[in-house]
Each structure stands twice: as structure tokens, then as C-alpha cells.
Design a protein around this ligand. Sequence first.
Ligand code: COA
Length: 167
Amino acid sequence: MTKKILAVYPGNFDPPTNGHLDIISRASGLFAEVMVAVTNNVNKVHTFTLQEKIDLLQESANHFKNVKIVSFSGLLANYLETINSFVVIRGLRAISDFEYEFQMALMNRKLNKNIETIFLMPDQSYTFLSSSMVKEIAMLGGSTAAFVPKCVEEKLKKYIAILSKNV
Ligand code: COA
């Protein structure tokens, strides 16, 4: 039996990278509908606002017809219930991601026993990529063109120009 599944890809996306887009593309090919659910991870310091992250994702992923960008606050498990979805997508870049992701998947299942987490592996060229590394490269004057969509590259440049004016 094939079900029409609505899958949710949650994340902090600060900023979105080509690795995130790779996961979105794979999920878009597998599920009837994919919601990329942007939030502010309470354990992290944020560079971009929630609205900026949504706008960047919207611009980068607008060619996927079954992908919607949304935002949520509070517990992911509660949000899933409100939209009647029980499938969470997460990317696994390397073994080092596993422990955190495993813990999060099991905790979400504890909060709601219907939640299933599906792990997708990005292309191996993205296994070393992270949002903070991209920000560090940009701040130190390096090119981020190979790692992020064009709109993110431009946003990073603007962000750095504002920072350097204020120093
Ligand atoms: N390509 C590139 N980078 C990737 C990646 C990929 N495919 N997959 C993950 N990453 C990187 C990100 O760039 C990010 O790097 P950073 O730490 O340098 O910023 C890191 O891996 C993880 O980021 P991301 O997936 O964007 O968000 P997160 O792990 O911070 O998000 C939430 C976690 C939002 C899903 C989780 O905190 C959550 O569910 N929050 C809601 C509250 C809640 O329910 N809490 C209880 C959870 S059990």
C-alpha cells in the first residue's frame, strides 16, 4: 500500500546550505508533500531572524512543487500533531551526527508514539558542511559560493558589511 505521506523536515537553518537543499530534494522525491519547518533552536545563538531564514528557504526551494516552507515554535512533537503529520525527516552527514539524532528521534517518539524519524544521507560532498562553518568562512573573507544557494551567499555578504560598519 502506498500512502500519500506529508513529511516534515525541521531545522534551525541558520542559514540554509546546499546540504539542506540536497535533503529537501531527496525528500521531495520520496514523499507526497514536504514541509520544511523552520524554528529557532533555543540552544543556539542566531545570526538570522526566523523570517529571514524562511525567505532564504523559500527562494532556494521554490522549484520543488511539493515543498512548503513553514515555521513553528515550541515542541516539534506538538507541531506535528497540529498538522496531522507523523513523519520527520533529518539529514545524517556522518557518524558524529548519529548520537544527537538518535536521542532526538527517540525523545520525539516518547512525546508522541506515532512519530517516525526517517534519516536521509546528503551527497558525500556535503558531509563536512555546516551552517556555522559557512558563517565562519564568510566572516573571514572566504567564498561561500560552493556551499550555499546564491541568495544565502548575498545575504551573508550584506550581514558582514553591516557588521563591519558597526565595528
Ligand atoms: N547539510 C548541511 N548541514 C547540515 C545538514 C545537511 N544536510 N544537516 C544538518 N546540518 C548541520 C546544520 O548546518 C547545523 O549546523 P550548525 O550546528 O553549525 O548550525 C546542524 O547540522 C544542525 O542544524 P539543523 O538541522 O539546521 O538544526 P538543528 O539540529 O539545530 O535543529 C531541531 C534541531 C530544530 C529539529 C530541534 O531543535 C527541534 O525539534 N526543536 C524544537 C523543540 C523540540 O521539540 N525540542 C525537543 C527535541 S527532542
